[in-house]
Design a protein around this ligand. Structure first.
Ligand SMILES: *Cc1c(COP(=O)(O)O)cnc(C)c1O
Length: 346
């Protein structure tokens, strides 16, 4: 069996695929901007985590699990999508979340609760402490006779990342079909699972360079961790290929002070893309990713060809406190950093 058939057989269909590849006008340099709309994967309002959920939940079901347990930041998209997957598959879902538990549920938490998940939240933002709490919860459920399936931060195991081998093939097919010549694909990277899966797919099937914009500062060596996960993903698929370290491009310049702390560049990118064509980015991931794309474009760091922005979703966080740039921002800051996309208007 080929790798693609093998991967297709390992997923439980939860997402709406393939996602569109959309033409989004012309960047200042004259190159075309394409947007891979993984914000439209469907499951529980979508995003990149729906692809990972297909692979992870298939493994959970095969293992006979009766509950899903995962961990994330206060406004975790991964936790929200896991809750939706649990609802779809009839699996009880527990979410260990950072941040504080004060106030009414908003954004991703509101949705996760709507999907019927149990939220175990508050009191810490330390990733190691959150992981420890998840381990404790898993042990508790086991001793109560349950069969929990635990998913680490971001769903970024080799199994989760393997979804992006398929996603990469999906993109290559779309580029080929529409005769696009692509200089680079740009994504926002946090735990590195999405990037790792894409790199594994690229090692197997080729394709344009991929630039990951680091939005988390969670790892001292995101590029190294990503390469290791990509190699684990290739091994999981029975491939002896390895990812060349020179192909792991991680740009650390756009994270700002910390994960989920907004930056003026990202806010300008968010407002700019919204006003150019009604696209919606989120402050935590995709706006920083798109700000990185624009800065690299201005530096002329891409080769010849179009640029693909891989839109990984995240919109529900816009509807939580601090999730959107403040009113008045647009007139103050945006004017000095305006994004001009030359749109082909219908
Ligand atoms: C999780 C997430 C990412 C990053 O994906 P990783 O696989 O963790 O690197 C990017 N964008 C959005 C909207 C996300 O929710």
């Amino acid at each position: 069996m080929g790798v693609i058939e093998e991967l297709q057989s390992r997923r439980v269909p939860l997402a709406t695929l393939p996602t569109p590849l959309e033409s989004a006008g012309t960047l200042p340099s004259g190159r075309r901007l394409l947007i891979k709309r993984d914000d439209l994967t469907g499951l529980g309002i979508g995003g990149n985590k729906a692809r990972k959920a297909e692979m992870l939940c298939a493994e959970a079901v095969t293992a006979g699990a009766d509950a899903l347990v995962t961990v994330g930041a206060a406004q975790s998209n991964h936790a929200r999508v896991t809750a939706a997957a649990g609802a779809r598959l009839g699996l009880e879902t527990h979410l260990v979340l950072g941040g504080s538990s004060a106030g009414p549920r908003q954004g991703n938490q509101l949705l996760a609760e709507l999907f019927g998940a149990t939220l175990h939240d508050g009191a810490t933002d330390s990733w190691t402490e959150l992981a420890r709490r998840m381990d404790d919860l898993v042990a508790e459920l086991r001793s109560a006779g349950r069969r929990p399936y635990a998913v680490p931060l971001g769903g970024s195991t080799a199994v989760g990342a393997s979804a992006f081998v398929l996603a990469w093939c999906e993109l290559l097919e779309q580029l080929d079909r529409d005769h696009h010549d692509v200089a680079a694909v740009v994504i926002a990277s946090s735990t590195g699972g999405t990037h790792a899966g894409i790199l594994a797919g690229r090692a197997l099937f080729g394709g344009p360079p991929v630039v990951a914009i680091d939005v988390a500062k969670a790892s001292d060596d995101l590029a190294g961790d990503t390469r290791q996960l990509a190699d684990e993903t290739l091994a999981l698929l029975g491939s002896a290929e390895h990812v060349n370290p020179a192909d792991v491009l991680v740009d650390p310049r756009f994270v700002g002070p910390a994960y989920a702390v907004p930056t003026p560049e990202a806010d300008a990118a968010l407002v700019g893309l919204a006003r150019c064509g009604g696209w919606v980015l989120d402050r935590v991931y995709t706006a920083k990713g798109f700000a990185g794309l624009l800065a690299r474009e201005a530096e002329e760091s891409f080769g010849d060809g179009d640029v693909v922005f891989w839109h990984t979703g995240g919109q529900p966080a816009l509807f939580a406190a601090g999730g959107a740039p403040p009113l008045g921002f647009a007139s103050d800051v945006l004017s000095s950093r305006s994004l001009s996309l030359d749109m082909e208007r219908p």
